[in-house]
Design a protein around this ligand. Sequence first.
Ligand code: GLN
Length: 494
Amino acid sequence: MIDLKNLTIEKVHESFKSGEFTCKELVEEYLKVIKEKNTELNAYLEIYDDVLNQADEAQKKFKDGTATILTGIPFAIKDNILFEGHKASAGSKILENHVAVYDSTVVKELKQQGAILIGRTNMDEFAMGSSTQTSAYGVSRNPYDTSRVPGGSSGGSAVAVAGDMALVSLGTETCGSVRQPASFCGLVGLKPTYGAVSRNGIIAMGNSLDQVSPFGKNVRDVEIIFNALSKYDPMDSTSISPKSPKPSLGENPLSWASGKSVYKIGVPWHLFEKGVDPEIMENFKKSIKKLEDSGCEIIDIKLPYSKYSLEAYYIIMPAEVSTNLSRFDGMRYGFSAEGKNLAEVYMKSRGKGFGKEARRRILLGTYVLSHGYYDAYYNKAIKVREKIKEEIVETFKNVDLIATPTTPTTAFKLGEKLDDPVAMYLCDIFAAPANLAGVPALALSSGKDKNGLPFSIQFMAPHFCENSLFEIGKKFELISPDVKSGSRPKGVGK
Ligand code: GLN
């Protein structure tokens, strides 16, 4: 028996090297747990049939000396990440039988390193949602309490890791879709700087916001994955070129990776005045106190424009969604309905193929981009986004990091908020500024509430300062023993 709960990438790597267990033995352990728990938790939509072959291939790399830190590491991947020859449905009926014809850049990289791709995970349809309840393939359940949501949209990828059905996983973020489920499932989630990780081969939701984002049980695992995947990719026009000006940590005068003794953390207290659960605030204040006691300087900051992040996001995102989803017309990809003429085929395919939330956003997006409303909505939202970005960049001249709670509540009940889209959208309130500004952000566990549900704290850093996030994250893990991976749920699914 391998102690899956306390495994980390580095521990696994050492065990592979010492021969304590093989790649296949580890994968077989995960497959056993999947068999036991997946029917109830619905983390995976599919377990790839070549998993054991992948394990054999990985083992060879250890023999021939080409193994890297990710060789043999079991990953779960979100259903919107293309893996050649395998289905990718983005949680939607319209892509039910869609088989990827090429590898996304991130999958190519993982394959090259010999990581093991166990399967594709459940998600909100086209990544639209905060609970994994808009999936066309049923809800996923939170391993801490199966009557609750795991968060979304990358809920399946979070459940896979929290339920010990994979060591680590990939999700995607457009606005909080990794940080929020990480928060609800007691995990670490990183939203990298926009442009740091290739979007090539990711089924797009909002191109100006989307970013592949890892989940792990601890900060170091997420750091290892980020370091492996963060590369310039000519296949993604928004990938950051090595030639473009990019502040390295050394050049950033505020970077405290260079061994500062006092780290300045900005806290926008004014943003928490309304709508934040009192228990969340209490936990957040405790976390801030711990940071202060451990030598950080806490500074009260004001982010007047960031207050409007959600409003800007819910105009910009649907605009991009309506454009991106126009290609799913029943002719080129996936589900196609019968119709008397072309227009009817389009209407029926889209009407039946897309779920309610996807249709709502297509309508909203089409409206805000339409003649006569474009300036009033879309253009205005773009201007607000610029202001938010400016204010965050400005703020980072005075502080090294910004801290907030990750979410305004802990995991809510299945079915809750489903009939109230605005209540659901409010889940993203603290996530949105980082996505709009393109800065990196890290969510990590900060203890548990009285029902044993995880709390989470979020740190944001300046563009390309992921290293500062990893440092503060590791520091926080040390001063906050609750964060340790061993404190995760036991015995789910029996
Ligand atoms: N909750 C966000 C939304 O519904 C999630 C978007 C995302 O990050 N994919 O838009």
